[in-house]
Write a protein that binds this ligand. Structure first.
Ligand code: SF4
Length: 320
């Protein structure tokens, strides 16, 4: 849950999960939709799918017993070097060094390493440095200490080096490069995507569909979507969709840009009212759900926020 997510944001989700699922097997036996719903709003939904996959693996292949060694933990779906090292060292005392963003920063400054932290050469160099520094007698305490030190003392901007216990051994401090380190390669790629959602209502039902394929927000629900290379004005969108007669436009809204790690989603929502749903054959299929069910379905975060803001304002009207 805490991959790419702050503790304050993840904690309520952790409590919800542990209240609902007190064992791995309980999680393994849950429906996908229930898990996605509990995860709704936390983002990076592949983590929820991976966690469920891992729970089912542990339940079916390991009789519900969580693995105790780094190598076995690393084999669980969604678990990379960092998570495996964190679990193996803190839960089972194995000597594996964790390297997260805070540790990269601290090591880069303390050792004066200017290899970009997000290059493959950098990853190797920092992993090796972290292994060499690790306290093999007490890896759990050491790992937690370096992560906390990076998070609280050796912070990204203007760390208080004058009151730092590591100051006398810190290369960056001695050479005046604290603000220059760590070095990061700029992301070359920030893809812009334009999502136009059709929120079509007929009487007390709304048309929704489930996202499939390998794209973002897999298995979450959404409204029928038109994705384009450029933003569309309402008239152009209506022409693109080609709706049958008998609809009424209620509103065309732009949401705040939604930033993900390598892409920004620009979302527009067109609220429509259909007198009758009979003539409407949506290409993706979709399903009509009662308005009251929207609460129980897992939507991507920006759509959930939009729904929460518009609950009293849905474009319902009489069905012919
Ligand atoms: S002296 Fe400054 S740069 Fe060096 S470890 Fe301490 S806080 Fe970080």
């Amino acid at each position: 849950m805490l991959q790419q997510t702050r503790v304050a944001q993840g904690l309520p989700y952790y409590h919800k999960f542990t209240e609902r699922f007190s064992t791995i097997s309980e999680l393994a036996l849950a429906e996908d939709d229930e898990v996605m719903k509990l995860w709704e709003g936390l983002g990076y939904y592949s983590r929820a799918r991976n966690m469920l996959h891992a729970a089912r693996f542990v339940h079916h292949k390991r009789e519900g017993v969580f693995p105790h060694t780094y190598q076995e933990i690393r084999e669980l779906k969604g678990v990379g070097d960092y998570t495996a090292a964190a679990i193996a060292s803190m839960a089972f005392g194995e000597a594996y060094a964790v390297v997260d963003g805070n540790v990269y920063r601290l090591l880069s400054r303390f050792l004066g390493i200017d290899t970009p932290v997000n290059s493959s050469a950098g990853k190797k160099e920092f992993a090796q440095a972290a292994d060499e520094m690790l306290d093999c007698e007490d890896p759990a305490t050491y790992n937690q200490a370096v992560m906390e030190f990076g998070a609280l003392q050796c912070i990204p901007r203007k760390p208080d080096c004058g009151h730092c216990v590591l100051r006398s051994g810190c290369e960056a401090y001695k050479t005046g490069r604290v603000e220059e380190l760590p070095v990061k390669l700029r992301k070359k790629y920030d893809r812009k995507r334009y999502f136009h959602y059709l929120m079509i209502a007929s009487q007390d039902h709304v048309l929704v569909e489930r996202r499939e394929g390998s794209d973002i927000w897999k298995h979450l629900f959404q409204f029928p979507l038109i994705e384009t290379q450029r933003p569309l004005e309402m008239e152009a969108l209506l022409a693109e969709v080609g709706l049958p007669d008998g609809f009424e436009v209620r509103e065309y809204t732009s949401l705040a840009p939604h930033k993900l790690s390598h892409q920004t989603i620009y979302i527009h929502v067109l609220k429509l009212n259909m007198a009758s749903a009979d003539g409407l054959a949506w290409k993706g299929g979709g399903q009509w759900v009662p308005k009251s069910d929207l609460e129980t379905l897992a939507f991507p975060r920006p759509l959930r926020q939009f729904l929460d803001q518009n609950q009293l304002n849905l474009p319902f009207g009489p069905r012919a």
